[in-house]
Design a protein around this ligand. Structure first.
Ligand code: AMP
Length: 192
């Protein structure tokens, strides 16, 4: 199994690169942001809870998020036979520890963490542009700034966590999506 964690700030290209990677390596893509947005659209209880956090640029509490992730993994065990791309999860050390435990209980582990490195001004420009094109409610300047703060405080420490595990591959996340993809592929091909 090839289990990949996409790690990077909002706007770093995790979703775009995940879409390209699932085709090449036949992986199952789990975007926790997409799972939450789908619940908001369907008006579920989870969606109602998640909306407040998302609109403020805050993280959904770890315990709730970890439970959601475990059920998505288990519901899709068939499709995830070759491996999973985790996109937008983990976002805290507690989530990373929960993911390690969850995978170990299922007899597997993280194969690689792909860290996308993108300068802050490029992130902001990309997110504002996505807000215009896709109308995502959290892609406005105020919420973007809150999300970047949350990223620096809660998510960035994962870099050291995964560096210590020896699974982190940092990638330059600028230039075209195809350029970034080729850099990622060069890191992953030796692992398959
Ligand atoms: P994303 O689509 O990954 O940018 O996520 C959009 C929003 O969903 C985030 O700003 C959070 O409010 C929420 N979210 C997504 N994934 C997580 C997670 N792993 N932990 C907590 N909140 C999350």
């Amino acid at each position: 199994m090839l289990n990949i964690v996409m790690f990077g700030a909002p706007g770093s290209g995790k979703g775009t690169q995940s879409d390209m990677l699932i085709e090449t390596y036949q992986l199952f893509h789990i975007s926790t942001g997409d799972v939450l947005r789908d619940n908001i659209k369907r008006g579920t209880e989870l969606g109602k809870t998640a909306k407040d956090y998302i609109d403020k640029g805050q993280l959904i509490p770890d315990e709730l998020m970890t439970g959601i992730l475990a059920s998505v993994v288990d519901e899709n065990a068939d499709k995830a036979r070759n491996g999973v791309i985790f996109d937008g999860f983990p976002r805290t050390i507690a989530q990373a520890e929960a993911l390690d435990k969850m995978l170990a209980e299922r007899g597997t582990a993280i194969s690689a963490v792909i860290g996308l490195d993108v300068p802050e001004e490029v992130l902001v420009a990309r997110l504002l542009n996505r807000g215009k094109e896709q109308g995502r409610s959290d892609d406005n300047l105020e919420t973007i700034n809150d999300r970047l703060k949350v990223y620096h405080n809660s998510t960035a420490p994962l870099k050291q966590y995964y560096e210590e595990q020896g699974v982190l591959h940092m990638i330059k996340g600028t230039d075209t999506p195809a350029d970034v993809f080729n850099r990622i592929k060069a890191e992953l091909d030796p692992l398959v």
